[in-house]
Design a binder for this molecule. Structure first.
Ligand SMILES: [Zn+2]
Length: 285
């Protein structure tokens, strides 16, 4: 994708590829869970002596957290350490300072991932998430090409500004959500390319699912992606998305990304301008 980009200078391309290759993946849970789990936990919690007073316990917790944070300043950085994300967190993260992505065990579940389903389901689910997190590593990065980068981003701002969440009759904030929207399209494209590459070397391995036999594998990839964004929200949650969240409401994450992807049009045999497919597609990579 990077090499095929028409707007990046060659120096930026080399740096981008170097950075992608340097991304470390933290999957499931920290390594120490498998060996010195108890020793590490007991050592970490040795000073946490709580009593029956909530107030005093909360103060103690703050005190120990500050102490640990200050101690970390003197310790060498352990790049394998899980910083903010826990194995129980239902979300993936990209860490800009460590250039790593974390996919916790709790997120490696249906509908995003299942070891026993055809690969188009996993590529459309967790594959998309991985692509989305990798894309966050390149939010505001390129140098000479930065101006073109911002111009390309404006296309996404305009597109998402045009979406209205009818449930609460309010517009999506295109400017605030632009980095996430860009990461969505880049992530989806990356996952699709990765799936197609896998499928070429594993012909007829993916089986059809009962009741969904009329769909091709590529169509199933996109259906798996869309399925993950199926959500029923209260009005309060819907409003939160529109006034504070950096992500677009789930339905626009699904239609916004696919509307910009020529690969989606090809998979479903539709032309730009038909239904959800955009004529002037916003693109980044
Ligand atoms: Zn994101």
């Amino acid at each position: 994708m990077v090499n095929q980009s028409t707007w990046m200078d060659s120096k930026s391309k080399i740096e981008t590829i170097k950075k992608v290759q340097g991304i470390k993946a933290k999957i499931g849970y920290p390594d120490y869970f498998e060996k010195d789990y108890m020793i590490k936990l007991e050592k970490e919690y040795a000073e946490y002596n709580f009593n029956s007073s909530l107030m005093l316990n909360a103060l103690k917790l703050n005190q120990l957290n500050s102490k640990n944070a200050l101690r970390a300043l003197r310790d060498p950085i352990n790049k394998n350490e899980w910083m903010i994300t826990l194995p129980t967190t239902i979300s993936a993260t990209y860490h800009i300072l460590l250039n790593d992505i974390t996919i916790p065990a709790a997120f490696l579940q249906n509908p995003l991932f299942n070891n026993n389903v055809p690969k188009y389901i996993n590529y459309g689910g967790i594959g998309f998430i991985i692509g989305h997190e990798i894309a966050h590593g390149f939010d505001d990065d390129a140098r000479k090409t930065i101006e073109v980068f911002h111009k390309l981003k404006q296309c996404f701002v305009d597109q998402y500004n045009n979406y209205t969440l009818t449930q609460v009759n309010q517009q999506v904030a295109g400017e605030r959500t632009k980095d996430e929207n860009v990461a969505d399209i880049v992530g989806l494209k990356m996952a699709f390319i990765a799936y197609r590459k896998w499928a070429q070397s594993h012909r007829n391995v993916d089986k059809k699912l009962p009741g969904l036999t009329k769909f091709s594998d590529e169509q199933m990839f996109f259906l798996s992606f869309g399925h993950a964004w199926c959500e029923k929200m209260s009005d309060t949650v819907a409003k939160f998305y529109l006034i504070a969240d950096t992500h677009s409401p789930p339905q626009f994450r699904a239609i916004g990304s696919t509307s910009n992807l020529a690969e989606f049009d090809r998979a479903f045999g539709c032309k730009p301008g038909q239904s959800n497919s955009r004529v002037d597609k916003c693109n980044m990579w």
